[in-house]
Design a protein around this ligand. Structure first.
Ligand code: NAD
Ligand code: TDX
Length: 338
């Protein structure tokens, strides 16, 4: 732990800081910079939970509100040196059921923040995803680089792609001091149980089989949430203004491999269910720019089994955190035959 002042000022506004990655980010940032004051702006949608910030010290303040609320965003941006933007509608399956909140939050919300940054001159970091690049075939030797053209497939990834374009346009047209990161699939504590890994862990913990979409050959490039957030801090500390950095830990696994590993660790079975419409086949990130320029390396790296064991243990220990909404999440999936 360091107790030096943060290189990005004394006050940071973290949007979406009560969600999965954002709350883990707030925990990591307060450990690394105990003097840093953090204001979390979060609408506490179904995916946000004030309890995710429990136990954090008095330097962390939660403001409940939407990032599309211009007046509130302006007031908070005026108090902040840096803004780290995690808030989003983040689940592909939900974007297939109803794209509307994705357009509002991911596009209008990001626009609202950028306008505040233009006015107040904040350092801005935009958290985005590998999905903006579309997908690769299973046997493609290529990985996504920062130069890969955008080709999003779902309403979720299309709105994330649009938000990235907005940030780049505000850098070029208005000279804001912003960086972007595009990260691969995260796993770890506090991830909503709608997502693949925690859904399967909690299926097995509640006596349900794990559920594999389609043939399960789809590949995702897994990274532990703490490694993602460590990379975001590296970009805030040392990233070049206006640049984009890919984040990934060379963690490619097929969904079938992951579900079989979960079943092996927990003792359980899985079944095949209907595939996701438009299901991206493979994501794979080339993070050599981040590694080479900023000297970043992942801590969990490729020890996916150890990271998964830690994650299974967290969901076992924290049943109260998820059991109240498990049935409702599964009902939503049943409506899609998944
Ligand atoms: P999440 O769904 O767990 O959390 C999103 C948070 O944003 C929630 O706390 C929610 O209440 C809040 N929020 C939603 N709409 C809001 C609004 N209009 N105003 C204010 N707050 C709002 O998502 P996550 O998995 O933690 O993802 C965080 C960010 O990281 C997103 O931008 C996502 O696109 C990106 N990302 C996620 C992954 C992944 O694997 N989960 C990978 C790469 C990038
Ligand atoms: O029950 C399931 N069974 C299954 O086989 C679920 C929920 C998913 N899957 C598959 C679909 C995907 O191939 O597992 C893979 C991972 O699914 P998700 O957890 O929904 O993640 P994905 O769609 O890959 O998107 C994630 O990574 C990029 C995050 O949700 C995004 O926010 C991030 O941008």
């Amino acid at each position: 732990m360091t107790s030096q002042p943060s290189p990005f000022g004394t006050t940071m506004l973290v949007t979406g800081g009560a969600g999965f990655i954002g709350s883990n980010f707030v925990r990591l940032a307060t450990q690394r910079y105990p003097e840093l004051r953090i204001i979390v702006l979060d609408a506490l949608t179904y995916a946000g939970n004030a309890d995710n910030l429990a136990g954090l010290d008095s330097n962390v303040e939660l403001v409940v509100g939407r990032i599309e609320d211009e007046g509130n965003v302006d007031k908070l941006a005026a108090k902040a040196d840096a803004i780290v933007h995690f808030a989003a509608e983040s689940h592909n399956d939900n974007s297939l059921r109803d794209p509307s909140p994705f357009v509002h939050t991911n596009l209008v919300g990001t626009f609202t923040l950028l306008e505040a940054v233009r006015k107040h001159g904040n350092r801005f970091h935009h958290v985005s995803t590998d999905e903006v690049f579309g997908d690769l075939t299973l046997d493609d030797p290529a990985r996504f680089t920062e130069e890969t053209p955008y080709r999003p497939s779902s309403p979720y990834s299309a709105t994330k792609a649009g938000s990235d374009h907005l940030v780049r346009a505000w850098v070029r047209s208005f000279g804001i001091n912003a960086t972007i990161s595009n990260c691969s699939n995260n796993y770890g504590p506090y991830q909503h149980i709608e997502k693949f890994i925690p859904r399967q862990i909690t299926n097995l913990l509640t006596g349900r089989p794990a559920k594999l979409y389609g043939d399960g050959a789809n590949v995702r490039d897994w990274i532990h949430v703490d490694d993602h957030n460590d990379a975001v801090l590296a970009i805030l500390e040392r990233g070049r203004p206006g640049e984009t950095y890919n984040i990934g830990a060379n963690g490619e696994h097929s969904n079938k491999e992951v579900i079989e590993l979960i079943c092996e660790l927990m003792g359980g079975t899985y079944k095949h269910v209907a595939d996701r419409p438009g299901h991206d086949r493979r994501y794979a990130m080339d993070a050599s720019k981040l590694r080479g320029e900023l000297g970043w390396t992942p801590h969990y790296g490729q020890d996916f089994r150890a990271g998964l064991e830690q994650t299974v243990a967290w969901y076992r220990t924290n049943e109260a955190w998820w059991c109240g909404h498990k049935e409702a999440v599964e009902q939503g999936y049943r409506a899609q035959a998944q």
